[in-house]
Ligand binder design. Sequence first.
Ligand code: ZN
Ligand code: ZN
Length: 259
Amino acid sequence: MMAWRALWQRAVQLLLPTHCAVCQQLCLDPLCAACAAQLDYIGDYRCVRCGRKRQTTFYSPDCGECYGQRLGIQRARSALVYSAVGRQLLHAYKFQGVTGAGQVLGGQLAGLLQPGWAKLYAEPELVVGYVIPVPLHAKRRRRRGFNQAELLAYRVAQAARTPCRPELLARITDTPSQVGLSANQRRVNVQGAFAVPERWQAAVAGQTCVVVDDLMTTGATLAACARALKAAKAKVVYGLTVFSTVRDVEPAEYPDFED
Ligand SMILES: [Zn+2]
Ligand SMILES: [Zn+2]
Protein backbone atom coordinates (compact mmCIF):
# COMPACT_ATOMS: atom_id res chain seq x y z
CA MET A 1 0.00 0.00 0.00
CA MET A 2 2.67 2.46 1.08
CA ALA A 3 4.96 1.30 -1.73
CA TRP A 4 2.30 2.02 -4.33
CA ARG A 5 1.68 5.41 -2.87
CA ALA A 6 5.41 6.24 -2.89
CA LEU A 7 5.66 5.00 -6.46
CA TRP A 8 2.68 7.09 -7.48
CA GLN A 9 4.15 10.19 -5.83
CA ARG A 10 7.42 9.58 -7.65
CA ALA A 11 5.56 9.27 -10.95
CA VAL A 12 3.78 12.56 -10.36
CA GLN A 13 7.11 14.20 -9.48
CA LEU A 14 8.57 12.93 -12.77
CA LEU A 15 5.73 14.53 -14.66
CA LEU A 16 5.95 17.75 -12.67
CA PRO A 17 9.61 18.40 -11.95
CA THR A 18 10.21 21.08 -9.33
CA HIS A 19 13.11 23.40 -8.63
CA CYS A 20 15.61 23.13 -5.84
CA ALA A 21 14.54 25.70 -3.23
CA VAL A 22 18.12 26.95 -2.91
CA CYS A 23 19.89 26.84 -6.31
CA GLN A 24 16.71 26.83 -8.47
CA GLN A 25 17.98 23.95 -10.60
CA LEU A 26 15.37 21.64 -12.02
CA CYS A 27 15.23 18.56 -9.81
CA LEU A 28 12.82 16.01 -8.35
CA ASP A 29 13.28 16.88 -4.69
CA PRO A 30 12.65 20.18 -2.93
CA LEU A 31 16.39 20.34 -2.21
CA CYS A 32 18.92 19.01 -4.73
CA ALA A 33 21.65 16.57 -3.68
CA ALA A 34 24.42 19.17 -4.08
CA CYS A 35 22.66 21.69 -1.82
CA ALA A 36 21.63 19.00 0.67
CA ALA A 37 25.28 18.00 0.98
CA GLN A 38 26.06 21.54 2.17
CA LEU A 39 23.69 21.39 5.16
CA ASP A 40 25.69 21.64 8.39
CA TYR A 41 24.34 19.11 10.91
CA ILE A 42 24.87 19.82 14.58
CA GLY A 43 25.23 16.15 15.50
CA ASP A 44 26.18 14.92 18.95
CA TYR A 45 29.00 17.35 19.71
CA ARG A 46 26.76 20.09 21.00
CA CYS A 47 26.23 22.12 24.14
CA VAL A 48 24.11 20.14 26.60
CA ARG A 49 22.13 23.30 27.47
CA CYS A 50 21.65 25.52 24.40
CA GLY A 51 22.23 22.70 21.91
CA ARG A 52 24.53 24.76 19.69
CA LYS A 53 27.31 23.05 17.78
CA ARG A 54 30.48 23.18 19.85
CA GLN A 55 33.40 24.98 18.31
CA THR A 56 36.18 24.16 20.71
CA THR A 57 37.53 20.85 21.96
CA PHE A 58 37.80 22.16 25.51
CA TYR A 59 35.84 19.75 27.67
CA SER A 60 32.78 21.00 29.51
CA PRO A 61 29.17 19.86 29.08
CA ASP A 62 28.00 23.39 28.26
CA CYS A 63 29.52 25.79 25.77
CA GLY A 64 31.43 28.96 26.56
CA GLU A 65 28.34 30.97 25.76
CA CYS A 66 26.15 29.18 28.33
CA TYR A 67 28.74 28.71 31.03
CA GLY A 68 27.66 30.70 34.08
CA GLN A 69 24.80 32.29 32.12
CA ARG A 70 21.04 32.01 32.47
CA LEU A 71 19.64 30.54 29.28
CA GLY A 72 16.05 31.53 30.06
CA ILE A 73 14.81 28.08 29.04
CA GLN A 74 15.62 24.67 30.48
CA ARG A 75 17.43 23.37 27.39
CA ALA A 76 17.32 23.96 23.64
CA ARG A 77 18.04 21.75 20.64
CA SER A 78 18.39 22.41 16.90
CA ALA A 79 18.99 20.21 13.89
CA LEU A 80 21.26 22.41 11.78
CA VAL A 81 23.80 25.20 11.96
CA TYR A 82 22.50 28.40 10.35
CA SER A 83 24.85 28.19 7.36
CA ALA A 84 24.58 29.94 3.97
CA VAL A 85 22.51 27.12 2.46
CA GLY A 86 20.36 26.93 5.60
CA ARG A 87 19.68 30.62 5.38
CA GLN A 88 18.60 30.39 1.72
CA LEU A 89 16.38 27.43 2.54
CA LEU A 90 14.71 29.28 5.40
CA HIS A 91 14.22 32.41 3.28
CA ALA A 92 12.55 30.36 0.54
CA TYR A 93 10.14 28.90 3.10
CA LYS A 94 9.49 31.96 5.21
CA PHE A 95 9.39 34.80 2.70
CA GLN A 96 8.59 33.09 -0.60
CA GLY A 97 6.28 30.41 0.80
CA VAL A 98 8.10 27.58 -1.01
CA THR A 99 6.28 24.52 0.35
CA GLY A 100 9.08 22.12 -0.51
CA ALA A 101 11.51 24.12 1.62
CA GLY A 102 9.09 23.85 4.55
CA GLN A 103 8.92 20.10 4.06
CA VAL A 104 12.70 19.82 4.19
CA LEU A 105 12.85 21.87 7.40
CA GLY A 106 10.01 19.91 9.02
CA GLY A 107 11.74 16.69 8.02
CA GLN A 108 14.90 17.82 9.81
CA LEU A 109 12.98 18.36 13.05
CA ALA A 110 11.16 15.05 12.70
CA GLY A 111 14.54 13.33 12.23
CA LEU A 112 15.85 14.97 15.39
CA LEU A 113 12.89 13.54 17.32
CA GLN A 114 13.40 9.97 16.18
CA PRO A 115 14.88 8.83 19.54
CA GLY A 116 12.17 10.68 21.52
CA TRP A 117 12.06 13.70 23.83
CA ALA A 118 14.05 12.15 26.69
CA LYS A 119 17.06 11.28 24.51
CA LEU A 120 16.91 14.56 22.63
CA TYR A 121 17.18 16.68 25.76
CA ALA A 122 19.26 14.15 27.72
CA GLU A 123 16.63 14.13 30.48
CA PRO A 124 15.72 10.46 31.11
CA GLU A 125 12.41 11.16 32.87
CA LEU A 126 11.17 13.76 30.42
CA VAL A 127 7.51 13.65 29.36
CA VAL A 128 6.31 16.56 27.20
CA GLY A 129 2.72 17.78 27.51
CA TYR A 130 2.50 20.32 24.68
CA VAL A 131 4.33 21.47 21.59
CA ILE A 132 3.78 25.24 21.15
CA PRO A 133 4.98 27.36 18.18
CA VAL A 134 6.41 30.84 18.74
CA PRO A 135 3.38 32.94 17.82
CA LEU A 136 3.33 35.75 15.28
CA HIS A 137 1.37 38.89 16.01
CA ALA A 138 -2.00 38.73 14.24
CA LYS A 139 -1.04 41.65 12.00
CA ARG A 140 2.20 40.08 10.84
CA ARG A 141 0.55 36.72 10.39
CA ARG A 142 -2.03 38.29 8.09
CA ARG A 143 0.70 39.95 6.07
CA ARG A 144 2.73 36.76 5.69
CA GLY A 145 -0.29 34.50 5.32
CA PHE A 146 1.06 31.81 7.62
CA ASN A 147 3.14 31.31 10.74
CA GLN A 148 6.28 29.44 9.71
CA ALA A 149 6.85 28.20 13.28
CA GLU A 150 3.32 26.80 13.53
CA LEU A 151 3.70 24.51 10.50
CA LEU A 152 6.99 23.25 11.89
CA ALA A 153 5.43 22.68 15.31
CA TYR A 154 2.66 20.55 13.79
CA ARG A 155 5.30 18.42 12.06
CA VAL A 156 7.14 18.01 15.38
CA ALA A 157 3.92 17.12 17.18
CA GLN A 158 3.14 14.48 14.59
CA ALA A 159 6.62 12.93 14.82
CA ALA A 160 6.62 12.96 18.63
CA ARG A 161 2.94 12.07 19.08
CA THR A 162 2.56 15.04 21.39
CA PRO A 163 -0.33 17.54 21.11
CA CYS A 164 0.38 20.81 19.29
CA ARG A 165 -1.38 23.75 20.98
CA PRO A 166 -0.69 27.08 19.22
CA GLU A 167 -3.54 28.78 21.11
CA LEU A 168 -1.73 28.46 24.45
CA LEU A 169 0.67 31.29 23.67
CA ALA A 170 -0.13 34.67 22.09
CA ARG A 171 1.98 37.53 20.85
CA ILE A 172 0.47 40.54 22.53
CA THR A 173 2.69 43.26 21.06
CA ASP A 174 3.74 43.71 17.43
CA THR A 175 7.45 43.97 18.21
CA PRO A 176 9.72 45.53 15.62
CA SER A 177 11.87 43.12 13.61
CA GLN A 178 15.06 41.88 15.30
CA VAL A 179 17.06 42.94 12.25
CA GLY A 180 20.41 44.44 13.16
CA LEU A 181 19.82 44.42 16.92
CA SER A 182 22.44 43.45 19.47
CA ALA A 183 21.86 40.57 21.89
CA ASN A 184 20.76 42.96 24.61
CA GLN A 185 18.46 44.96 22.32
CA ARG A 186 16.86 41.71 21.16
CA ARG A 187 16.14 40.78 24.75
CA VAL A 188 14.51 44.14 25.45
CA ASN A 189 12.63 44.01 22.13
CA VAL A 190 10.76 40.78 22.95
CA GLN A 191 10.35 41.38 26.67
CA GLY A 192 6.67 41.09 27.57
CA ALA A 193 5.76 40.36 23.93
CA PHE A 194 4.15 37.00 24.79
CA ALA A 195 1.42 35.87 27.15
CA VAL A 196 -0.76 32.87 27.88
CA PRO A 197 -4.39 33.93 27.21
CA GLU A 198 -6.53 34.04 30.34
CA ARG A 199 -8.73 31.12 29.29
CA TRP A 200 -5.74 28.78 28.78
CA GLN A 201 -3.88 29.50 32.01
CA ALA A 202 -5.29 26.41 33.73
CA ALA A 203 -4.31 24.19 30.77
CA VAL A 204 -0.69 25.34 30.93
CA ALA A 205 -0.28 25.03 34.73
CA GLY A 206 1.97 22.14 35.72
CA GLN A 207 2.76 21.15 32.11
CA THR A 208 6.10 20.57 30.42
CA CYS A 209 6.17 22.54 27.16
CA VAL A 210 8.41 22.60 24.09
CA VAL A 211 8.45 25.92 22.20
CA VAL A 212 9.20 25.54 18.47
CA ASP A 213 10.72 28.15 16.16
CA ASP A 214 12.64 28.19 12.90
CA LEU A 215 15.82 29.82 14.17
CA MET A 216 17.62 30.52 17.43
CA THR A 217 20.16 33.34 17.34
CA THR A 218 20.52 34.92 20.78
CA GLY A 219 17.76 32.78 22.29
CA ALA A 220 15.91 35.92 23.41
CA THR A 221 12.64 34.93 21.71
CA LEU A 222 12.59 31.44 23.25
CA ALA A 223 13.43 32.90 26.66
CA ALA A 224 10.58 35.43 26.41
CA CYS A 225 8.15 32.63 25.49
CA ALA A 226 9.40 30.56 28.42
CA ARG A 227 8.88 33.49 30.78
CA ALA A 228 5.26 33.87 29.65
CA LEU A 229 4.56 30.14 30.05
CA LYS A 230 6.25 30.10 33.45
CA ALA A 231 4.10 33.05 34.51
CA ALA A 232 1.13 30.77 33.80
CA LYS A 233 2.76 28.12 36.04
CA ALA A 234 4.15 25.84 33.32
CA LYS A 235 6.44 23.26 34.95
CA VAL A 236 9.42 23.33 32.56
CA VAL A 237 9.95 24.90 29.12
CA TYR A 238 12.31 23.58 26.45
CA GLY A 239 13.20 25.06 23.05
CA LEU A 240 13.38 23.38 19.65
CA THR A 241 14.45 25.09 16.42
CA VAL A 242 15.51 23.92 12.97
CA PHE A 243 18.57 26.18 13.00
CA SER A 244 20.83 27.71 15.58
CA THR A 245 23.73 30.06 15.04
CA VAL A 246 27.19 29.35 16.33
CA ARG A 247 27.80 31.99 18.97
CA ASP A 248 31.54 32.39 18.49
CA VAL A 249 30.78 35.09 15.92
CA GLU A 250 30.88 38.82 16.55
CA PRO A 251 27.46 40.53 16.96
CA ALA A 252 28.03 42.35 13.63
CA GLU A 253 27.84 39.00 11.87
CA TYR A 254 24.53 37.93 13.39
CA PRO A 255 21.94 36.88 10.82
CA ASP A 256 19.56 39.69 9.98
CA PHE A 257 16.30 38.30 11.29
CA GLU A 258 14.75 36.24 14.03
CA ASP A 259 11.04 35.93 14.59
ZN1 ZN B 1 20.18 22.98 -5.15
ZN1 ZN C 1 25.49 26.49 25.17
